[in-house]
Design a protein around this ligand. Structure first.
Ligand code: UTP
Length: 294
């Protein structure tokens, strides 16, 4: 029986400069799609996949994120007093078990690989997930749950993979594929942000990973890669050289890049339309905009 994946790392130490000035005082992960912060979508997805321990890699100025996971007894009391049971339930659904969350500081933003490495002692010697809360995935079955199920069969390392247009490949880690088997692809190499004409495929890695502890050992030896940052992609690619399998998993669902303004706005519209109580108003408004444009 394969060891269950029960720990997830949430690297949230980036500066979120694309959302300045908001990110001067609001961590990007607290920005909301409709009424839920990005981090809540990530936590819900992790829970659905069976994650029990949540490890946040944070940095200076992320206090609001820690506060968000505190209990809010006064607020609960007020809502109870006023009989607002629906709101009370929403509030309670965000409560986390005591001891389930750990915070680790990344003292310098040296890249995603470095952020994951900062959590090495909390992960120990077992497989773990990495979730980037910037990537929000709308899916019938949450993306990480799909991956955990596939991982039970494959073991090794697994990254979420998505087809991108060739001219977009240079913004992602890109997979070099040796075998295709339905939603799974076997990977023989990975390149971070390749020049457009040198991308080995159109399958890009997005922010969901299930990794073996050997990747943490690889990160121990890593020097900075593309963009002067310590790249997680390079550490996973090194595992292939060490004869550990790496798979890409073509998840079912729609991914929104909420680290970019355009992706964030698209997600806001899409999640708004998906809400019964907002759907009609929002749709009518969007239609009126289209008529204005015509
Ligand atoms: P991004 O590349 O989106 O960087 O990081 P960023 O700082 O968050 O945003 P911009 O580009 O300045 O607008 C991808 C993910 O990796 C984390 C980020 O928090 C985000 O979840 N990250 C990145 C770290 O935790 N540490 C780092 O050193 C770099």
């Amino acid at each position: 029986m394969r060891k269950k994946v029960t720990k997830a790392i949430f690297p949230v130490a980036g500066m979120g400069t694309r959302f300045l000035p908001a990110t001067k005082s609001v961590p990007k992960e607290i920005m909301t799609l409709v009424d839920r912060p990005l981090i809540q979508y990530a936590i819900d997805e992790a829970r659905a996949a069976g994650i029990k321990e949540f490890i946040f890699v944070t940095s200076r100025g992320k206090g609001a994120l820690e506060d968000y996971f505190d209990l809010a007894p006064q607020l609960e009391q007020e809502l109870r007093k006023k009989g607002k049971t629906e709101l009370l339930d929403i509030l309670k659904s965000t409560n986390m078990d005591s001891g389930a969350i750990a915070y680790i500081r990344q003292h310098k933003a040296l890249g995603l690989g470095h952020a994951v490495w900062c959590a090495r002692r909390l992960v120990g010697n077992e497989p773990f997930a990495v979730i980037l809360p910037d990537d929000v995935i709308a899916a019938e079955k949450p993306c990480l749950q799909q991956m955990v199920e596939a991982y039970q069969e494959t073991g090794g390392n697994m990254v979420a993979a998505m087809e991108v247009a060739p001219e977009r490949a240079s913004s992602y880690g890109v997979l070099d594929i040796s075998e295709e088997n339905g939603q799974l692809v076997k990977v023989k190499g990975m390149v971070e942000k390749p020049p457009a004409d040198q991308a080995p495929s159109n399958l890009a890695v997005i922010g969901r990973y299930i990794l073996s502890p050997s990747v943490l050992q690889n990160l121990n030896k890593m020097k900075s890669g593309a963009g002067g940052e310590i790249q997680l992609t390079d550490a996973i690619a090194l595992d292939i050289e060490n004869h550990n399998n790496v798979y890409g998993y073509r998840f079912r669902g729609q991914r929104f890049d909420c680290g970019s303004k355009s992706g964030f706005l698209q997600a806001t519209v899409s999640f708004g339309l998906a809400r019964e109580e907002l759907h009609d108003d929002l749709k009518a408004y969007l239609k009126s905009l289209m008529l204005d444009d015509a």
